[in-house]
Design a binder for this molecule. Structure first.
Ligand code: PLP
Length: 395
């Protein structure tokens, strides 16, 4: 991994931890997906990284937005995005928040349970709903289907129930699991969704919306398929399995793949210690599970670089965060430079997604700040990049 000079200089000058984001990469990711899936509307999954500058960048590219709560709706709305460009994709919503969304003009909601349909019917009468089918999330690093979606047969029942409640069951959604490594999963999922489309036709419902969720991966430590390869599978599967649907609208909800490789988490070593009876050496950083690295609780593996010690000998450590909780352990085993030391800068590569959104202030420790490469570049030009300059580039 080549870390740019801008990032390295920021790492030396700014207090850590911080997430440094490059908006030109976000733009490029959006354009590649739009070109690969020309028939799809792109709804950015705000949950991946809801920083206003990221939302604004995507808004300027023409993105729609998948929102999960009133808070996310308000963030997107504050940027002047029309409510018609939002979909309320969380299957677990407060009744009041559905009413709030509806009052703004949002009329597209997700559901995977009867009670959710009842809430939508009460608070957003006659709205359009798409119903989430559970998918096997094998081949993904962050499975979602254990919690979300339901059996295809149940989805058919939900469509019938939605009709009875006066709602418009317009389509099916799924998610193959976040950070999915296998493009074939989208083919399987689209075939399953097509089965629902056919079944509901038997009682007069002509669905026209297929929401293929997110799931496109970002490069970490294993090879990943490209967005073009995944899109090819999707386009082929839609043609093969859903060719019978007139005017099918395809909707995609990328989160990770829009912002993941646009960010680097920059941290520092706070402590190195030994536990002789366990035969362990530990390294503790100023980031951890409660300060941006939440996904490591499922052993999500980031590529890591220790500044200036990339090429030396390595040894095995336990890696942990700074808080007073034993859950705040990043990796049980990780190879790091054997001379890693207090104050060393540690980069977590491609960490732009699902990091700062999970931040807490546990133990009174401030979460990582978010900074942008264009601001840093400007400050370097103006020779303003000192520790004292931090306040000026905070969000
Ligand atoms: C409904 C929904 N859509 C889209 C996404 C984004 O998925 P990804 O970040 O894998 O692209 C998620 C992730 O949790 C989701 O729950």
């Amino acid at each position: 991994m080549v870390i740019s000079e801008v990032v390295r200089r920021a790492a030396r000058a700014l207090p850590t931890p911080f997430l440094i984001m490059d908006l030109s990469i976000v733009r490029e990711n959006y354009r590649r997906l739009a070109e690969s899936l020309p028939s799809a509307l792109i709804y950015y999954a705000v949950k991946a990284n809801a920083h206003p500058r990221i939302l604004e960048t995507l808004k300027n590219e023409g993105s729609y937005f998948d929102v999960a709560s009133r808070g996310e709706i308000e963030k997107v709305l504050a940027l002047g995005v029309s409510p018609q460009k939002m979909s309320y994709g969380n299957t677990i919503k407060r009744g009041e928040d559905i009413a709030f969304a509806y009052s703004l003009g949002i009329d597209l909601f997700a559901a995977d349970a009867e009670m959710e349909l009842e809430k939508i019917a009460r608070n957003a009468p006659r709205s359009e709903v798409y119903l989430r089918v559970a998918m096997d999330s094998a081949d993904s690093d962050w499975p979602l289907s254990k919690k979300f979606g339901t059996d295809p047969e149940h989805v058919v029942e939900l469509a019938r129930y939605a009709l009875k409640l006066g709602l418009c069951p317009v389509g099916v959604s799924f998610h193959v699991g976040s950070q999915s490594y296998n493009p074939h999963r989208w083919d399987v999922a689209i075939e399953k969704a097509a089965w629902v489309f056919k079944k509901v036709r038997e009682f007069g419902v002509n669905m026209w919306l297929l929401n293929i969720g997110g799931g496109m991966p970002v490069h970490h430590t294993k090879p990943v398929p490209t967005v073009e390869e995944i899109a090819h599978v999707i386009n082929t599967a839609v043609e093969e399995h859903l060719g019978f649907v007139d005017h099918l609208r395809l909707m995609v909800e990328p989160g990770r793949s829009m912002v993941g490789d646009a960010g680097i988490m920059v941290s520092k070593v706070l402590l190195r210690g030994r536990k002789p009876s366990a035969g362990q050496e530990w390294v503790y950083l100023d980031v951890g599970v409660f300060h941006g690295l939440m996904e490591t609780i499922e052993d999500f593996r980031y590529e890591m670089v220790v500044d200036g010690k990339e090429n030396g000998p390595k040894k095995r450590f336990v890696l942990a965060g700074p808080t007073c909780d034993s859950v705040d352990k990043i990796y049980d085993e990780i190879e790091l430079p054997e001379d890693i030391d207090y104050g060393d800068i540690v980069y977590f590569i491609n960490a732009g997604a699902y990091t700062t959104e999970y931040n807490t202030r546990f133990n009174g420790i401030e979460p990582p700040n978010v900074v942008f490469t264009d601001d840093v570049e400007q400050m370097l030009e103006l020779e303003m990049l000192t520790v004292e300059a931090k306040g000026e580039i905070r969000e």
